[in-house]
Design a protein around this ligand. Sequence first.
Ligand code: FEO
Ligand code: CA
Ligand code: CA
Length: 672
Amino acid sequence: MSTPFSTLLADRLSRRDFLARTQGVAVAAGLATAVPSAVASAVASGKSPSSRALTAIAPSKADALVVADGLRYDKVVAAGDALWPGDPGLSAADLKSLAWLDESAAARQDRRFGVNNDALAFFADAGSHRRGTLCVNHEYVQPQLVFAGLTAAGAERGKARDAWIAAHPQAVPWMQSAHGVSVLTLQRGLRGWQVQPGTTATRRITATTPMEIAGPARGHVLMRTVANPSGTVALGTFANCAGGKTPWGTYLTAEENIQDYFGGAASWAASTDDQLTRETHRRWPIKERSVYGWDIVDPRFDLRREPREPFRHGWIVEIDPSDPTAPPRKRTALGRFCHEGANTILTRDGRVAAYMGDDTKFEYVYKFVTRDRFDPHNRAANRDLLDHGVLYVARFDATGNGEWLPLVHDEQGPLNSRNGFTSQGDVVIKCRAAADLLGATPMDRPEDVEPNPRTGRVYMALTKNADRAQKRGDFSGREIDFGADAANPRLTNDFGHIIELIEADDDAASTRFKWNVFLLAGDPRVSNSKFLTRAEDVVPGRLERGDTYYAGFADRTQVSPIACPDNLGFDPSGKLWIVTDADGDLIANNGCYVVPTEGPERGLLRQLASAPVGAEVCGCEFTPDGTTLFLSVQHPGEGGTVDRPVSHWPDGNGLPARSAVVALSREDGKPL
Ligand code: FEO
Ligand code: CA
Ligand code: CA
């Protein structure tokens, strides 16, 4: 059971009152629970507790999870681990042959931890610092990292890959079972956080689990398929990248690169007169050959058989971890795009805002605000809160102001039937095209967009985009102007950046905001690039690829280099934590970083962990007491294969690598 939400809200409201009194700002509420008194007094005094207490590590290329002195980590669970008793699981040693990939492999995988763990959401049991429920995304499978004998070339789109799938058709249902979400019970004991197998909460949701389609796209003509003519029930969730939590204790999982799972697009398009479906695909194109080859054995992923199946994916899915019998629900009111995550905060009047990024080059940042208020006293009353509200997309102006533009069907506005929008269902399904019409600002791959529960300020990771130095042209099915702009100021943005957004009146329901560049990522140690300390210098036209800016922090010798911020998190004291997803040759391996957003140390970014070879780091989820940070180490060994591994983490002994969740904590047990 999760913390009762009356407790959460009481805590949240009292903290808001406290902060309003001590800091003179009205703070929208977050999700953290109890605030230790040391933390509360530090916040009141504007200091971050334990800042500088941990010394930054140097960037590392070691095939190890390197952590700062004073930190330790425990491996919590890895790909293939059994989630119910009596199962040996799929071990790293098993991966060295294909003997495990038989007809029953998928059924076994349905009861095991999935592959490529990504987002993490922890729901502490009421009153407990030692037990809770963890929801984990399983984003995708890199076939060459799990199937022995496969080369990277054989795993890519192409004839060799098609032949491999045809010879191993059981690989597709196994991959489908390795996707989706794991829900598991964690208990902290003498050996750290451990999975409690087979509790009432334990659950696997996969790429074939039935789920309800809720919200404005439910039953829409574009959601109807041969298999589900009513357009109300979808099978499965996959490509689940980041996520988020609601104030009523449910998990939001974000369907991201769903286009990679479908094939047959060109041959279907050449043979159809279905203009509506073809036109709707244009703004989120699918290729003839899928990336993963599921279409070769499963007609659901072949556009020639089910041309509208892709519209049933690319949504935010809500999962109730406290009720394993509740169907996951695709909340279509939050729009359809390459969803990175959905991070919530309460508005001043008690409604819920969810911030979201569309992680594709030149795509947009979104916010959804519910129509109705969150009810802290009646959990059931919040069940369908995410089905009604207003979806907005962001426009960032060069003045440092910005506006949330409502994506609402309106015959008097641009989202009208003459432009192909006859209902709100049309708007959410064709969300990107609707946002185009409103003049939203194309961004450098928006990943996590996360409000700081302490201050209400919103931070968005723009992970990278090397393609602005082009002329006007076509990108993802529409013609756009390339070139840098104020919010995306580098023409070659290899290192990414973070924007800080301040809602008008500090209210997440506002439609106007101010924004500034918080971080221009890169390597400040490189002597021939500029370390900028004045915001007015962070402007397009003046920036080189390697220039950096750390929220105005003035001493380049004290900060850590960082590349490609991806997922974000906040500890209970309000410090921003950043995990990265960059190519290994940009600086070193990916890692985990912390940076205060307030006070004299604003911008003092320090690296506290470095991932093994080939891995990105995701998750970034704290326990409510701030003493444990759960991280996802995703795809260690990328760049190698099962037969020629470039990483042996976490099992060692020459074995192929596996993705795993780890729990970081201080050796002295204090909050991080
Ligand atoms: Fe799956 Fe946006 O990273
Ligand atoms: Ca991500
Ligand atoms: Ca990423």
